[in-house]
Design a protein around this ligand. Structure first.
Ligand code: FAD
Length: 249
């Protein structure tokens, strides 16, 4: 509590990477297969975790995903510079080996009727995520060059994966001055992506005040202290504007 924290993430990461590399993490096939079928709609972390628990318990699990690849936001939200896709592929291979079946390109509700799914499966799990962006109702919102984070990140993830993106719809920050509104994981990933695309300047805008660089953790325990963390993007040149509300573009 009083000294520099230990890097638990790094320790856990080193342990699990060693386990994968040494072949200690193996598929766990159920020894008591059940006859009940479970359909899971959505292949993000919620759907995948659910599939793994159920298949290991013996259920016959099929995951339905409307996108062309499995993974939800792990695939099309979080950029490769933070989550390398082989990490996801490794886990998917484990799920395949444990018996989970995947059906991509199936939008339940339009490609596949929910009633039909209910007839063929004993239980249906909804793990569809949250796909509605929060709109900003301010003048100028519809001007060119203003994008939702997920339109930007999804497209960049596709480009990095080698998918074709037409030049008319491409969102590219190269050579541009970029303002990112919002300071969470999503905003941070937009900052990192814009920097990697070669933006001339990236500024992150947040409406709350700048947290202090150092605080007494004991005053806040067990809640996390509102301490300002230095991010990699700061070192990469991202500028910050605090206590700034967007009232118009
Ligand atoms: C840019 C970004 C960075 C993030 N970084 C972090 C982080 O560092 N740490 C962290 O803990 N969290 C992070 N998050 C949050 C985390 O990614 C989400 O909380 C998590 O992905 C939610 O998982 P989910 O399975 O509920 O939904 P999702 O990952 O959204 O998956 C839902 C899936 O369901 C599919 N689907 C929806 N409807 C249907 C349908 N009708 N038929 C078939 N398929 C359907 C969708 O296509 C999607 O693939 C980040 C999020 C974003 C956007």
């Amino acid at each position: 509590m009083r000294s520099r924290p230990v890097t638990i993430r790094s320790i856990e990461l080193a342990i699990v990477e060693r386990a994968w590399q040494s072949g200690w993490i193996r598929p766990q096939r159920s020894r008591q297969p059940l006859f009940q079928r479970v359909a899971i709609i959505g292949s993000g972390p919620a759907g995948l975790a659910c599939a793994q628990q159920l298949v290991r318990a013996g259920y016959r699990v099929t995951v339905y995903e409307k996108a062309d690849r499995i993974g939800g936001l792990l695939r099309y939200g979080i950029p490769d510079f933070r989550l390398e896709k082989p990490v996801l592929e490794r886990r998917l291979a484990q799920l395949h080996a444990e018996g989970v079946r995947f059906r991509t390109g199936v939008h339940v509700g339009s490609d596949l009727d929910m009633g039909e799914l209910r007839r063929t499966a004993h239980a249906v799990v909804l793990a569809c995520g949250s796909e509605q962006p929060r709109e900003m109702h301010v003048p100028g919102r519809m001007l060119n060059g203003i994008h939702f984070a997920m339109d930007y990140l999804r497209q960049q993830n596709r480009r990095v994966a080698g998918d074709f993106v037409s030049s008319e719809s491409v969102i590219d920050a190269a050579g541009k001055q970029v303002a990112v509104i919002g300071g969470g994981d999503t905003g941070g990933d937009c900052v990192g992506t814009a920097i990697r695309q070669g933006a001339s300047q990236v500024t992150q805008i947040q409406y709350h005040e700048c947290p202090p660089a150092h605080v007494d953790n004991l005053l806040y325990w067990p809640e996390p202290a509102p301490e300002r963390c230095q991010s990699d993007h700061d070192e990469e040149g991202c500028k910050h504007i605090w206590e700034f509300d967007t009232v118009a573009f």
